[in-house]
Each structure stands twice: as structure tokens, then as C-alpha cells.
Design a protein around this ligand. Structure first.
Ligand code: CA
Length: 231
């Protein structure tokens, strides 16, 4: 059960989805504030300072992308977007302007709660954790020494593999889009070379995952990008 002081704002114009999300979150002891428009939601985020925002991309009064951009100009609060299956480009844009993760409608309660927990964990870690090393599975990565070990044995990564891994680690639990990863690791002129990513992610999985074909940590966000989960 969550701490009841954990506050979540939900911006969604469809009453039945808003209610579904609120009931699911309240059952876990989160405190929920509902907003039916972008304008109301922005006001709630500004005045109530929630721990997490859930925002639908299709709102009656403004685009969800503009809500995210507005909030990102002054806040790092975790943002989970709700999006329709039919609008992949919109979802990718929302992630590129600073949303952390997404749920595609229709979604179930376990999926919703798992995403919420992961984003809240990430945000707590970002505030409290100065330790330069990160563990997942039997892998330990030290971001200061730039060393990677697996069961205590050194794993040799190429410089591109290491840079990709470091991006995933510093953004753990977030979805990183193909475009964002390509720009950060290869540079601005390679943002369309998704095949590079497939090759290097496959290499990383072979070096770091127990079963590279059924990865537990370096996950694919289908059609969108990749996500590292730490637990
Ligand atoms: Ca909507």
C-alpha cells in the first residue's frame, strides 16, 4: 500500500476512464485529484504540487503535449501519458518533450499500478541516491569508474554500447524513444537509424541478460523505443 500523502493528478476528459483510474489508485491509498481539462489540470499541478501526473493526450481544450511542455518548463515531476492505440506519433512526441512513460488504452489496473510504482520509485531515487553504481540482475555498473561487471567478472563493452547503457541507466524506468537514444549516442544526424539501435541493443542483451531473447531488464517499448527496468 502506498503512503496516502502521495498525491496524483489525473487529467482526462472521459469520465469513465478518469473514474477507473481514480478508483484503482485510491484502492492503493494514493490521493487523487481529477481534472477534466488541460487548463484545470495545469492549475492543479501548479497549486497542489503532486508527486505524479497522469495525463491523457487528447483533451478538449488543449493538446496533452502542450500540457507536458508547460509543466516541464518548471518541474521534473514524473509524467505518465494515456494514449489511444491509433496515435503512435503523438505518443512518441509526448515522450520526446518530457513524458516519462505511457499506457495505451485500453489498459488494466495491474499495468497502471506497475507504471505508477516504477515512476514514483525512480523519482525517490533521483532525490536521495548519490551512489554512482547501479545494479540489475547480476550486473553492476559504476557510472563514475565506467566499469561493468556481471557476477563480479568484468564485462567488456564497446564505447557505443557503454554510452547506450549509461543513457538507459540515467533514465531508468522511463521510456526512451528511438530518436532520443540515437541523438544522444550517435548525434543529431543519425536520428532515423533505428537499425543501429537494434544491433547494439541486441549486443547489450547478449552481454547482460540471462536470456537475451526474453530480456528482463532491457525492454522494448514496441514501435517507440526502449526502457531499462531495475527490479
Ligand atoms: Ca481524451
Amino acid at each position: 500500500m502506498a503512503d496516502p500523502t502521495t498525491l496524483i493528478v489525473v487529467i482526462e476528459d472521459e469520465p469513465q476512464i478518469r473514474r477507473f483510474v481514480r478508483v484503482a489508485l485510491e484502492a492503493e491509498q494514493y490521493t487523487v485529484i481529477e481534472a477534466a481539462t488541460g487548463t484545470q489540470g495545469l492549475m492543479d499541478v501548479g497549486t497542489r504540487r503532486p508527486d505524479l501526473l497522469i495525463v491523457d493526450l487528447g483533451l478538449p481544450d488543449m493538446d496533452g503535449i502542450d500540457v507536458i511542455q508547460d509543466i516541464r518548463s518548471w518541474s521534473n515531476l514524473p509524467i505518465l501519458i494515456l494514449s489511444a492505440r491509433t496515435n503512435e506519433a503523438h505518443k512518441v512526441k509526448a515522450l520526446d518533450v518530457g513524458a516519462d512513460d505511457y499506457l495505451t488504452k485500453p489498459f488494466g489496473i495491474p499495468e497502471l499500478l506497475a507504471r505508477v510504482r516504477a515512476l514514483l520509485r525512480r523519482s525517490v531515487r533521483a532525490h536521495t541516491d548519490d551512489v554512482p553504481s547501479v545494479r540489475f540482475g547480476d550486473v553492476e555498473v559504476n557510472l563514475v569508474l565506467r566499469t561493468v561487471t556481471r557476477n563480479g567478472e568484468v564485462v567488456h563493452l564497446t564505447s557505443i554500447e557503454y554510452r547506450l547503457l549509461a543513457q538507459l541507466i540515467t533514465n531508468a524506468e522511463r521510456v526512451l524513444t528511438h530518436g532520443a537514444l540515437l541523438r544522444d549516442v550517435w548525434g543529431p544526424h543519425h536520428a532515423d537509424k533505428i537499425h543501429y539501435l537494434r544491433v547494439y541493443m541486441s549486443n547489450l542483451r547478449h552481454k547482460l541478460e540471462h536470456d537475451p531473447n526474453a530480456p528482463r531488464y532491457i525492454l522494448t517499448a514496441s514501435g517507440v523505443g526502449y526502457r531499462l527496468v531495475l527490479s
